[in-house]
Design a protein around this ligand. Sequence first.
Ligand SMILES: NC(=O)c1ccc[n+]([C@@H]2O[C@H](COP(=O)([O-])OP(=O)(O)OC[C@H]3O[C@@H](n4cnc5c(N)ncnc54)[C@H](OP(=O)(O)O)[C@@H]3O)[C@@H](O)[C@H]2O)c1
Length: 277
Amino acid sequence: MNNTRLKIGELDVHRLGFGAMRLTGYRPAADRTEAIQVARRVVELGVDFIDTADAYGIGANEELLAQALHPYDNVLIATKVGHTRPSPAEWTPCGRPEYLRQAAEQCLRRLQVERIDLLQLHRVDPAVPFADQLGALARLVAEGKVRHVGLSEVSVQQLREARQYVDVVSVQNRYNLTDRRHEDVLDYCTAEGIAFIPWVPIAHGEHAGSQLLGMIAAELGATAAQLSLAWLLQRSPVVVPIPGTSSIGHLEENVAAAGLELTSDHLARLAALSPVG
Ligand SMILES: NC(=O)c1ccc[n+]([C@@H]2O[C@H](COP(=O)([O-])OP(=O)(O)OC[C@H]3O[C@@H](n4cnc5c(N)ncnc54)[C@H](OP(=O)(O)O)[C@@H]3O)[C@@H](O)[C@H]2O)c1
């Protein structure tokens, strides 16, 4: 893997990470063998930043990572709290401080760690004062249960506000080549040295099937998915894409994207693909 690394807090990671969400469904699978093989292959390939959440499989995703990778030698497991899953189709924010604290305790147990390296607020709950949600996270840091705090789906204004209450080392917002609504957040993170973790980096796989991307990728001897990831990596030095897959073939392909160099001509053609926003 390309050696380009980034510091998230004082933790040093390769800039191409892995999103574990797709390793589990809403309910735990009876047979985890394949998912465990994928998780172990992630680490064998040199990926050392893995994103999960308590909401993925309502805990099953964190349990799977623990089964596959504990004690996580030199691998940063980033998890999230603050989103509930009353049913497979529902994602409902819950930012009450006592709930966030309990959720973090459960993450600690499932991941079998004394401290969570990176705990991200999955969603800001509009029904709870933002300062209270941040206060709960800051308290977890003060108690030594969480090393670093990140946020997800926030605006620049929210990020500025949050930093008055807690040190924010990462932001996880939806962003990819054809969805650039959070361009201003990425620019703010770049200027401030905050890691920016774009979720759905290959647009739920849509980019992999794009003919236009496929044509440019072919010039580089690469695939459309790799091109999409390489564009993200070159967009800013603080970007850490977390492509998700349940397939070892796709995983290997995605990790190899870290070694792909795009010329200014490629970047100009890709930049023209979608207007900002
Ligand atoms: N913060 C948030 O609110 C939030 C929300 C959603 C997701 N996330 C995080 O972001 C991560 C990534 O999101 P995502 O998995 O939804 O989207 P994604 O990474 O953009 O796309 C994943 C989809 O693309 C397919 N795929 C992956 N690599 C491919 C390749 N090389 N060629 C062809 N198809 C490929 C996968 O299918 P196969 O399994 O068949 O490879 C899967 O259907 C998640 O795992 C999760 O950790 C965060």
